[in-house]
Design a protein around this ligand. Structure first.
Ligand code: MF3
Ligand code: CO
Length: 251
């Protein structure tokens, strides 16, 4: 069942969204060669506390950390660790912020120091693909229009769309209906209506879309060892089009 949100509820999620976009702004400076991913986790947790917010992922279905930090071939749900980021790495930081019971969810891929042209292109294409999907999130369209926009943008570039993880409705719960696939056919799927709030969060691999899960039971990585990137925004469907709840203002 899709829980439609009122304009007042959307405003409450925007409060969480502002905290989350501010975190990502902070991370632009914090992430650099030599930083351990566990240090990013601690930094985020402290920052959220200062802002009166709570890291919703911690303890969610047993997930042990405040953020997911997924490096290079890791697709998502990477565990923060003693791993020291090195020049040329890419790292995706994903988190869900809770302010007064309302949630905001956004993931962003970062360059660590100077990265290869190949990595730069993957990040740029993945970010653009997310926005292509968001553009289609208008009243009257169908969810398949979003998935198709993303898939048809990345595949001609030789990239692939991860199938196992999808966007989702969100509000007071992290995962609500509907599921938002990042691939699909135009004109298919659930019709998009006013007051829906969901994420668009394509995970794009430089190689094939197949994945494996680590022994920790969470971390997904590309089977062929290729790089993977992800950008995620949370959006609200309004009469004026999609409103990005986790907007960072300048990218
Ligand atoms: N933020 C993720 C999403 O987009 C969820 C992370 S899974 C968790 O759905 F269990 F770690 F929270
Ligand atoms: Co997320």
């Amino acid at each position: 069942m899709i829980i439609i949100k009122t304009p007042e509820e959307i405003e409450k999620m925007k409060v969480a969204g502002k905290v989350l976009s501010d975190v990502h702004h902070e991370l632009r400076n914090f992430i650099k060669p030599g930083v351990k991913t566990i240090e990013i986790d601690r930094f985020v947790e402290k920052y959220l506390k200062k802002r009166g917010a709570f890291p919703e992922q911690k303890g969610y279905e047993g997930y042990p950390y405040s953020i997911c930090s997924s490096v290079n071939d890791e697709i998502c749900h990477g565990f923060p660790s003693e791993y020291e980021l090195k020049n040329g790495d890419i790292v995706t930081i994903d988190m869900v912020v809770n302010v007064d019971g309302w949630l905001a969810d956004s993931a962003w891929s970062y360059e660590v120091g100077e990265v290869s042209e190949e990595a730069k292109k993957l990040l740029k294409t993945t970010r653009e693909a997310m926005y292509k999907g968001i553009e289609k999130a208008v009243i009257g369209n169908r969810l398949g229009d979003i998935g198709h926009a993303i898939q048809s943008y990345v595949e001609p570039k030789g990239y692939s769309v991860v199938r196992e993880f999808v966007g989702h409705g969100i509000g007071r719960e992290m995962h609500e209906d509907p599921q938002v696939l990042h691939y699909g056919k135009p004109g298919r799927g659930i019709r998009i209506t006013e007051g829906m709030v969901f994420t668009v969060e394509p995970m794009i691999n430089a190689g094939a879309h197949d994945l494996t899960i680590d022994d920790n039971g969470w971390t997904a990585r590309t089977k062929d060892g290729s790089l993977s990137a992800q950008y995620e925004h949370q959006i609200a469907i309004t009469k004026d089009g999609p409103v990005i709840i986790t907007d960072q203002g300048d990218c």
